[in-house]
Design a protein around this ligand. Sequence first.
Ligand code: GLY
Length: 360
Amino acid sequence: MLSLSVTAGDAVYDIHISPGVWEASAEALARWRGRRAAVVADSNTAPLFRPRMAAALTASGITPTLLTVPAGEASKCHAQLLSLYTGFLDMALTRADLVVALGGGVVGDLAGYAAATYLRGVPLLQAPTTLLAQVDSSVGGKVAVNLPQGKNLVGAFCQPALVLIDPDTLRTLDARQLGAGLGEVIKYGCIADAALFAQLEAAGSRAALASMLPDIVCRCCRIKAGYVARDPLDFGPRMELNFGHTLGHALENALGYGALLHGEAVCLGMLAAARWGEAAGVTPPGTSARIRALLTALGLPTDAPPVPPEALARAAKLDKKAAGDTVQLVLLSGIGRAVLRPTSRAQLAAWLREEARACG
Ligand code: GLY
């Protein structure tokens, strides 16, 4: 089993990565104070994983109650949050018990926000089943729901009590979902790990990467744990994890949630940020071409669907990394090295107009 520990302010917790890790954690779960678990899954993950998770919890002496939400980004909303609170009330969940987030990023964020706020906090076990959730959203404590105006606008920091990653769950992902996770893996290579980027380039295809995924997941979690330890509340270096997210979030918002998966939008955002960095003289020429070649080799999007320029500009105004007239852009000073660059909103607007023109 691959294991690592995350420190985030006062919180310290483990990530365990291995096939069968839910069952292998029975002893640790048997020592849990509470005897009930609300297992939150979506309509895709519930039939696939609920029986296994329920059996693992039951073997630990914990009684699971399944709460299901519809699959998709639209579930990260206050209506579904309310339905989870109602489920928690019905099962008499207490602060000694557990909320288990069993699924991808949507389930993790929604169940996590419910756990953070119900009774002012119920312990959270993250059991991510998508690549994106395994390498990013299940680690570091960001939980949120969307508002109609934008993504993740209401949220909290709620570090999980434990993260259990079973790489075998990735076998159930369709090509698009797996690709969205690979986008986030490439992001880690871009911002912090040139050797990982080179490993992905050398693999050159998804098929060649398949057997490397458990190690790659662990490597990404280790990078993320480093950022979280240095900056648990996201006021400084942790913002580098948002490489590709300025355009990515704006595209998701402008096109309507679901048109692009989050990881797909990040691919397009990384490419744009590399181009912007080259234009600003921060990023060495040729970097965006290298990123484009890797995205293409791994079957990831390199061209955005048509989007109205005003919609893109409006969406970018919601960027959470903005302060006054300045936006913190994450650029690259090379593959494996991110830098935060304060950029005027006027400059960003000009670049966004160009992006909108380019996707025609
Ligand atoms: N997903 C970015 C972060 O956790 O900071």
